[in-house]
Design a protein around this ligand. Sequence first.
Ligand code: HPA
Length: 276
Amino acid sequence: MPNPLVQECIARIRQRCPQVPDLGIVLGSGFAEVSSQVDVAADWSYGDLPGFAKASVPGHAGRLLLGRLAGVAVAVFAGRAHYYEGHGFDLITHPVRVLSELGARSLLLTNAAGGIRSGLKPGDLVVIQDHLNWMGTNPLRGGALPEGFVDLTEVYDAGLRQMLHAAAATLGCVLPEGVYAAVSGPSYETPAEIRALARLGADLVGMSTVPEAIVARQCGLKVAALSCVTNLAAGLGGRISHTEVLAHGRRLGPLAASLLNAFCQQYSRTVLSGQP
Ligand code: HPA
């Protein structure tokens, strides 16, 4: 069933820019610098787009850019709405539905996360291999399920993950993979919760990404996700502060931007030219 708010948003975007994005990129904390690499065709503040929330958390801009990154037609969502801000899932996942309706085929989600698995440390970039939805609810709850229940056997596409690894290799680094546990926030976790998550198989913990990934799979988008480890999870290091999380994110900015640029080069080589 067409979503009127999505349609309104598409009409607003199309008034100014006919470009069909192939890849959507959601920039979380630590990844903001990527925006400056986009050859921008048009951009909007979230406040000017129907259905978007104005970003309210420091470190999260609120802009949609349509343009090209390393030759790939991209829609870059600089900033996202979070469940912990009190928003509903319709609003949180609205950008994903807009992206799909704009004609994109793939989505790369990025975020800041606490490191749980031993060996992960602040400054590491980790490719998300799978997730645990520990938010206590599901973004598809109460909505229409035109295609039936959504299969989440392979949320994070193997081909896109491979492109992230190939991109990292061109920069001379190796990226670990990990299972990301999404929690609702806004408090950080207790050490007991982190011990429980570790036993359940979580390598990383964060407060975003999973709702967008689930909705993207419902829309038929291929999904990849990348975490930047900004702190050791509760009980594994010192106390956690948002300022510190942002500072680590900022330090990682240049590497994150180079990696996403290299990823787009891989994407353009494999997906757009049809080569394996
Ligand atoms: N927990 C939850 N979310 C986070 C963390 C964390 O330790 N670090 C960055 N986002």
